[in-house]
Design a protein around this ligand. Sequence first.
Ligand code: MV4
Length: 504
Amino acid sequence: MFGKVLIANRGEIAIRVMRACRELGILAVAVYSQADRNALHVQMADEAYLIGPPPATESYLVIDRIIDTALACGADAIHPGYGFLAENAGFARACEEHDITFIGPSSRAIALMGDKTAARRAMQGGGVPVVPGMDHFLEDDAEALRISSEMGYPIMVKSALGGGGRGMRLVQQERELSEALRAARSEARSAFGDPAIYLEKFVQNPRHVEVQVLADAHGHVIHLGERECSIQRRHQKVVEESPSPIMTEELRARMGDAAVRAAQAANYRNAGTVEFLLDDERNFYFLEMNTRLQVEHPVTEMVTGIDLVQAQLHVAAGEPLRFRQEDIVLRGAAIECRIYAEDPAHGFRPSPGRIMALQSPAGPWVRDERGVFAGGEVSPYYDPMISKLVVWGATRPDAIARMRRALDEYIISGIKTTIPFHRWLMDDADFLAGRLDTSFIERRFPRQSPPRETLLQDLALLAAALEHARTTPQPSRAAPADGDGRGVSPWKLAGRMDVMRRRG
Ligand code: MV4
């Protein structure tokens, strides 16, 4: 096993990886930008190195700087987390060339999955169902016209590189085609530096269901069941759960088998995710493969009992997988709510700033994966995710009830968060019934009007924050200026307001 791992990331995921390292007796090295001097991941690391100014393009995305740091501090391996350089084939190659183990797949597998048409060809070769469409780049508009009328409208125009919804255009009828091609090419060029596009048949109101796989360097691949990720906004997932409420044993076996074949076709090693679109007849189609640990990996950990980050470290070190497919048992239900520094009452607009009071929920089967602390800042430079609140329950309704309880315990003041949205969601009839698809939020969440409880919640938080400020020693002072620190607990204040809210 490795002696020292550099973590080329920040926030909650850097901390998550650090914890796995520590449990395996591995030293964890943090890197940080000037904006992250006081960040939690820096405080928690065994060693930490400054790699540049605040913008990620000058720090967390600078390949040479990170490689140099790893070489200088004697790290055997680099864990990229998610985002930043996690799916950058050039970065994986740079690690390979410097004899640093990249905790992920080969640079070849990353490059293959990064090229959507090459990935579609590989999937078809491996017997994985893909959305009907092209398996090469579009030559010109004439070819687009011909293929579209053969397939039938509506169609999707997609960029060949990248993904995540950028450079994507829906075309309902032929007269919209040429403008969509132009727009998609231009967006693909500016986002991915390559105007290549291709066409797929449009799948109406699909569900997004993804399968977690785990592959070692000895050709063993297993799957760890699925995650339902349909609740998202602008291609940003908001809530994920495992299992999917619509899953059956039979469908899981078929999708799991397809995901394993996808990983095999890519000669894949590492934890990975195979994304599928599911139509209203429960047909499933390969969409993309994510060649990294994902944000939502904890829900799979909760239902399988498998530590995915430890597994990544084991397989990257060349160990064979410690479990076979028949060892994998899904137990109960897990839900993750992503808590962002955004205001759901105003179109989810960003709300960066300093966090004043902060109290994480805890208690049985509650896990809060957080990268910030009270007094710390949510920086406008990076993703505004504050934490991932993850709960487990014996059944889906138990998990939902537990999530409600945990959300009620959560205290964050100083910034707006998406907690009120999650509280609304946990009482929504369609969510409770598992009636989900990718247009769920657009269709059901009241756009401008804040959920009714928000005002009282804000008041409670304000009271809690004031009380917190009064009773908590500040870093700059040796002791509180007055008071004995045994005043009314902010918890109790928030609790009382909560009772009022329920009655009112
Ligand atoms: C699609 C689709 C419908 N039909 N492709 C969005 C992100 C990108 N990775 C692929 N996406 C989609 N591709 C076809 N042929 C609908 C989406 C889509 C979507 C997919 C997953 C999760 C949320 C989504 C929201 C809107 C559209």
